[in-house]
Design a binder for this molecule. Structure first.
Ligand code: ADP
Ligand code: MG
Length: 242
């Protein structure tokens, strides 16, 4: 059974219909790359799955549970599905460890000792066990993004959504963040990532989704999508045809 099932999802901002009927089923352990031009609706799609945006039409099922647009359901969904953004949004006045502890304690009401143990485990998982007491401004961008990943993992999500998580990083820091994502994929984490890292998508992802004007325009395994794009829009996007 699919872990995330999206059916005829539509989303408007005023008169602007941004998602025009998205259908996508994601199986447990799948790693999905989402590619497409700026403005094609990639971020909005992830934000709907995470419950950060309400849905106008269609349905999203997460682990079999219907996502309903009321606060109780959205909050439950945000607990189940983690999301990481281009900007790391760490609290500057809190150490890395405290940053990872905070949402557990606030949102999940986890006790301090348990939250700290979880924070240490997740910081170790992203290779930053030794940075528990470091403050964000003492860390590189790549390290800060890895703390943000640890913070998401500490909530024990059933899936992780990544929206251009390496786009704000200096080129030399991209690899360390992608290495963490690659490790999570190998451990069986279900991942959906909006990315410009085509080589990474080719190596790591089970399927690539090409979004165009609010629709899933093409979807398939990376070797098909990258080597034999069917539509002229995807050919153009990849810089083939013209
Ligand atoms: P992408 O991530 O593919 O660049 P987005 O999902 O961010 O695309 O945006 C898709 C469209 O939705 C764009 O036209 C954008 O201007 C619009 N949009 C996104 N968020 C909002 C919002 N909060 N309010 C109004 N329009 C929005
Ligand atoms: Mg975006």
């Amino acid at each position: 059974m699919s872990l995330i099932a999206v059916t005829e999802l539509k989303k408007r901002f005023g008169a602007n219909e941004v998602l025009k009927g998205i259908n996508l089923d994601i199986m447990p352990g799948e790693v999905i790359a989402i590619i497409g031009k700026s403005g094609s609706g990639k971020s909005t799609f992830l934000r709907c799955i995470n419950g950060l945006e309400t849905v106008d039409e269609g349905s999203i099922l997460v682990a079999g549970a219907q996502l309903l647009p009321d606060e109780v359901h959205l909050k439950a969904l945000r607990l189940k599905v983690g999301m990481i953004f281009q900007q790391f949004n760490l609290f500057p006045h809190l150490s890395a460890g405290r940053n990872v502890m905070l949402s557990q304690m606030v949102v999940k009401k986890t006790g301090k000792a348990q939250a700290e143990a979880m924070a240490r485990r997740q910081l170790e998982r992203v290779g930053l066990a030794h940075k528990f007491d470091a403050y964000p401004d003492e860390l590189s961008g790549g390290q800060q993004q890895r703390v943000a990943i640890a913070r998401a993992l500490a909530m024990e999500p059933i899936a992780l959504l990544c929206d251009e998580i390496t786009s704000a990083l200096d080129p030399e820091l991209v690899a360390e963040v992608l290495a963490v994502v690659r490790e999570l994929a190998a451990e069986g984490m279900t991942l959906m990532m909006v990315t410009h890292e085509m080589k990474f998508a080719r190596d790591v992802c089970s399927r690539v989704v090409f979004m165009h004007e609010g629709r899933v325009h093409e979807v398939g395994p990376p070797e098909e999508v990258f080597s034999a794009p069917k539509t002229v829009e995807l050919q153009r996007f990849l810089g083939h045809g013209h």
